[in-house]
Write a protein of this length. Structure first.
Length: 543
């Protein structure tokens, strides 16, 4: 007779324990001679006593019983080959052996190979489906279903790290390809967060061991005992062979079950580790793919918004009997917060408006459209100051918090009288034969205070004089050295172009700013409007 021994197979794996002392204690306690894990194993489940030449197995009042060769026993004399089951579900199985182990049979080897092949087939079936065209949600489903299929787990979830490196539950699934609501997946975050922090796979053979039950009360209450959690890693291979690949944890894959099945076997761990590495790459690729699609969608919407915004601006040039006007706006982004407008007044005057909404992007663009609409509705029969008050009240009624605009609005009569109101905007310039002067005087920006005062100012333009209205994106444009374009450069530029064609006048200003800021990013919208007074209309000749 060979040395007596117990061949054990449970959540801790397959192992052989010699029967080399008169009494072996068997149970879930750490101090047991034969420590077993399983949902049906009691802390002090049974004992194996050597009595002369006999080996006697006794149940010690276990909750779920002890079975030998399928029959329940309280005391039984073991013989070679007896199969002992601790508990009804087969969570822990033991074979009693006294004879020499036979050579590994082809059947046994084949059985193991078949199990490994089945696991790998399930793994590869999921991995083959992880094409680059899959979106993230689909990839998460495929990964979880493959993991549950490989391990035999009852349920699982995937948590991914955000930009703040905090784990966020993305998907929970159960056996049978069932999606679980995230708010009904009861488990502690302690294990996932530990695995994510350490980057190491963690196996909990039994949540009832030690102090674990206190941390996982909700999970234990569901009957869950066995847990396997592995990090999802993104491995980047470097260019040089002497550099080790870099691995970054992007989340965790968590699985648990009431029955251990294959969840805790070494073969399962190996297969799951492979799956986790491949899944990490697939998930990251899917996330990048989704971000690319989202970016393309946003860019498409911004292009449409930019086209709409351009259509809201008037034609760049407007000519009348006594004036020429031209404007242009170059947004720093796809859509901007600057605008200009021409308004035909009821008394025959021409009105010009240029505004600059605080901020950039879609929010500024929406407010820009709103202010343009208010001006179009309010100003045709009103003085500039009255119109400005009405626009200010219109914005405040709609309670656009923390949003305001600076606006310059002026009307020019055929006799050269220019009436204007400035709501916090850059003082425009009047370019004449005698030089350049600023139209000082300023009220509050619109959209801030209901009682903000606005008043009309007047000046007289002579034939050939040019009114230059511009946003702060002109004078505050920066070059690569961080220097501002400034008003002095603007004055110099407009003086050299005073008598030239109005189109050249406008283009020279914009080109001057762009040349100055060449190589630096455009930090603000650049908008310019020029209005040249031609003189009183000539009276028609009478015959």
């Amino acid at each position: 007779m060979s040395e007596p021994r117990l061949e054990v197979n449970d959540g801790l794996g397959r192992r052989v324990i010699p029967v080399d002392k008169p009494l072996l204690t068997i149970g879930r306690r750490t101090e047991s001679d034969v420590r077993l894990v399983g949902s049906d194993v009691s802390r002090e489940h049974a004992e194996l006593a050597i009595e002369g030449t006999l080996f006697v197995l006794r149940d010690r009042g276990s909750r779920y019983g002890t079975f030998v060769n399928g029959a329940p026993v309280t005391e039984h004399r073991l013989t070679h080959g007896d199969k002992v089951q601790f508990g009804r579900t087969g969570g822990a199985e033991v074979v009693f052996l006294t004879e020499a182990a036979p050579a590994a049979s082809a059947t046994s080897s084949a059985g193991t190979a078949v199990g490994d092949i089945r696991q790998m087939a399930t793994l590869l079936e999921g991995l083959r489906a992880l094409g680059s065209g899959r979106v993230l949600d689909e990839v998460l489903v495929l990964v979880l279903d493959a993991a549950i299929g490989v391990t035999g787990a009852e349920r699982g979830f995937i948590m991914l790290a955000g930009d703040d490196r905090q784990l966020d539950l993305k998907l929970a699934r159960a056996r049978g390809r069932v999606t679980l609501p995230g708010n009904r997946f009861d488990t502690s975050r302690k294990i996932p967060e530990e695995v994510f922090a350490t980057g190491e796979l963690k196996v909990v053979a039994d949540l009832l061991d030690g102090d674990l039950a206190q941390d996982h009360r909700g999970t234990v209450a569901l009957g869950i005992r066995h847990v396997l959690c592995t990090p999802l890693r993104l491995v980047r291979y470097l260019d040089r062979p002497d550099q080790a690949p870099e691995a970054k944890s992007i989340g965790v894959l968590y699985l648990d079950s009431r029955e251990k099945g294959q969840l805790l076997s070494q073969a399962t761990r190996s297969a799951l580790d492979t799956l986790a590495n491949e899944a990490g790459v697939a998930i990251e690729n899917a996330r990048l793919y989704r971000e690319t699609l989202e970016k393309a969608r946003i860019e498409h919407e911004l292009r449409i918004a930019a086209e709409i915004q351009r259509s809201l601006l008037p034609e760049g040039r407007r000519d009348g009997e006594f004036f020429q006007a031209m404007g242009a706006s170059l947004p720093s982004r796809s859509i901007g917060g600057d605008f200009f407008e021409y308004i035909d007044m009821e008394d025959g005057a021409i009105g010009v408006v240029l505004g600059d909404v605080a901020g950039k992007g879609p929010a500024a663009a929406l407010l820009t459209a709103k202010i343009q609409g208010l001006f179009s509705a309010q100003v045709s029969a009103n003085s500039p100051a009255t119109a400005m008050r009405q626009v200010n009240q219109g914005l405040l009624k709609r309670q656009v918090d923390a949003r305001y605009a600076t606006v310059f609005y002026a009307t020019l009569l055929p006799n050269g009288t220019l009436t204007y109101c400035n709501a916090g905007h850059n003082p425009p310039l009047v370019v004449s034969a005698s030089g350049v002067r600023s139209l000082e005087g300023s009220g509050m920006p619109v959209g801030l205070f209901g009682a903000a005062p606005y008043g009309d100012e007047q000046t007289r333009l002579d034939p050939g004089d040019v009114l230059v209205v511009f946003s702060d994106g002109v004078t505050e444009a920066l070059n690569t050295a961080g220097e501002e374009y400034g008003e002095a450069r603007l004055v110099q530029e407009v003086m050299t172009q005073r008598t030239g064609p109005l189109g050249d006048f406008l283009q020279s200003m914009i080109t001057s700013v762009q040349t100055f800021a060449s190589g630096a990013s455009q930090s603000d919208d650049v908008t310019v409007l020029v209005l040249r007074y031609l003189g009183p209309p000539t009276a028609p000749t009478r015959f």
